[in-house]
Design a protein around this ligand. Structure first.
Ligand code: IPM
Ligand code: MG
Length: 361
């Protein structure tokens, strides 16, 4: 019997609703496998701005660090837009927590779940070939964290710059994660860069080539980012692990999730060299449906499965959650984001209950 302490960042919009269901799933898994969970609420995001005037209240990172893992619902919304100062914007909090917890590796699996092959916007033949790729996005470096500037020039008006910098250390540690993951999967790594233009990409590529020699069992390839964007819609079945820098990963991971037709179903994990890791659905806070019991809790529930697998080494428990989700979807139950029979349409809470029931215990 073990006890795990989980920080819950419920956040904004549909965040609190989907986190509630994920908590029920954790408790169900605990009952079946003999674990217990203690939950600690941590305020962050637009709700924190409303409550205390800052999206990332003092002590947020410390409170998370006192836990074994962090589960985040969603933060953000039009109410806290770019007209607000940085410290009031939810995105600032997201970037800060990534940096403060050292979460340099962002794992975003894009998988076409068997029960949902019809939901993919891809051509039938392409979708039938299956999609099961793992996007490994560098999360604490590059242009997201480089020096920014804005100044007035003499003859061209205002000018702004964002610096993209990468060190060998940063590239090597994310690369290693990708190769290690590939060893547990189909043993293929595609490293995505823009080495025909960018110096950071040339360093990226040289470092990846060095690493590839340490993993002779892994098939390695380089791919330029523009080509990768095209290949994800042309033939996503070719990818196993895709590793790339922060901004390319931001863009490509949205694209990869969309071709599975189910952005409401996709989880993610952000991890570093030390606990806690942070787990969250890929989707946003969907303020238009917040508080209406309409949101799909599956992406958050699958994020819990990733937490079990990557933070706690509980593979069986992770499998139990994923199997339960697949079983419920295969029976035709769905929330409004997924097409299906009208008499099998359920709300957030009922979806959570069905998944708990399928986990059993
Ligand atoms: C994501 C989001 C964030 C990012 C935004 C909200 C800052 O798009 O997690 O992909 O760009 O990293
Ligand atoms: Mg994004």
């Amino acid at each position: 019997m073990s006890n795990y302490k989980i920080a819950l960042i419920r956040g904004d919009g549909i965040g609190p609703e989907v986190v509630n269901e994920a908590v029920r799933v954790m408790e169900q898994v605990g009952a079946r496998f003999g674990h217990s969970f203690t939950f600690e609420d941590v305020l962050m995001g637009g709700c924190a701005t409303d409550a205390v005037g800052k999206s990332y209240p003092d002590g947020t990172a410390e409170r998370c660090k006192a836990c074994d893992a962090v589960l985040l619902g969603a933060v953000g919304g039009p109410k806290w837009g770019s007209d607000r100062p940085a410290y009031e914007r939810p995105e600032t909090a997201l970037l800060a927590i990534r940096k403060d917890l050292g979460l340099y590796a962002n794992l975003r699996p894009a998988m076409l779940r068997p029960a949902l092959a019809e939901a993919s916007p891809l051509k039938k033949e392409t979708a039938q070939a299956g999609i099961d790729l793992m996007m490994v996005r560098e999360l604490t470096g590059g242009i997201y964290f480089g020096k920014r500037d804005k100044y007035r020039t003499e003859d061209r008006g205002l000018e702004a710059t964002d610096l993209m910098a990468y060190s060998e250390l940063e590239i090597e540690r994310i690369g290693r994660r990708a190769f290690e993951l590939a060893m547990l999967r189909r043993k293929k790594v595609t490293s995505v860069d823009k080495a025909n233009v960018l110096e950071t990409s040339r360093l990226w590529r040289a470092t990846m080539h060095r690493l590839a020699k340490e993993y002779p069992e892994v098939t390695y390839e380089d791919m330029l980012v523009d080509n990768c964007a095209m290949q994800i819609v042309r033939n996503p079945g070719q990818f196993d692990v895709v590793v790339t820098e922060n901004m390319f990963g931001d863009i490509l991971s949205d694209e990869a999730s969309m071709v599975t037709g189910s952005i409401g179903l996709l989880p993610s994990a952000s991890i570093g060299d030390t606990a806690p890791g942070l787990y969250e659905p890929i989707h946003g806070s969907a303020p238009d449906i917040a508080g209406q019991d309409k949101a799909d809790p599956i992406a958050t529930i699958l994020s819990v499965a990733m937490m079990f697998r990557y933070s706690f080494g509980l593979a069986q428990e992770a499998d139990a959650v994923e199997t339960a989700v697949d079983a419920v979807l295969a029976q035709g139950w769905h929330t409004a984001d997924i097409a299906g029979a009208a008499d099998k349409l359920v709300g957030t809470k009922e979806m959570g209950r069905l998944i708990c029931e399928a986990i059993g215990g």
